[in-house]
Structures are given as structure tokens and as C-alpha cells.
Design a protein. Structure first.
Length: 80
């Protein structure tokens, strides 16, 4: 795993956790029905949001950054 991929995955994880938490609580507030059904719906929605964010930010950005030439702005590159 390249340094760019590691950095993109960590950034993606932070964003995905924030997004999943937001989706969970908004869905929990808006869902109707008994408590267990609301929790299940909220958890499923949060998991979908987490996976979507990780794929788009963590994996896609990491692959793009890893396959291009290094620049001084990249993680792990010496400053000039």
C-alpha cells in the first residue's frame, strides 16, 4: 500500500465516520415505527453511507493518487 493510498484511506475513514453518524441520527429522528425497526433502518442507512463514502474518497482517491507521478504536495514526499 502506497503512502498516498494510506493517507486517502485515513481521510476517507474520518469522513465516512462523520457521514455515517449524521445519517444514523437523521434517519433515527425521521423514521417511524417501533424502536427496534427505527434502529435497524438507521443502521442500514448509516452503513450504506459509510461504504459509499469510503469507496468514493478512500479507495478512488487513493488509486488515482497512487497511479500518478509524485508531487511535492503528496504525503511522504520531501519538501523542496
Amino acid at each position: 500500500m502506497t503512502e498516498q493510498m494510506k493517507a486517502a484511506t485515513i481521510r476517507g475513514l474520518y469522513g465516512a465516520l462523520w457521514t455515517a453518524g449524521s445519517i444514523f441520527f437523521v434517519t433515527l429522528q425521521m423514521a417511524s415505527g417501533d424502536r427496534s425497526a427505527r434502529l435497524e433502518e438507521s443502521a442500514i442507512a448509516a452503513a450504506a453511507g459509510f461504504c459509499a463514502y469510503m469507496v468514493s474518497r478512500g479507495i478512488a482517491e487513493g488509486l488515482i493518487d497512487s497511479n500518478r507521478g509524485p508531487t511535492p504536495a503528496d504525503v511522504g514526499q520531501p519538501r523542496r
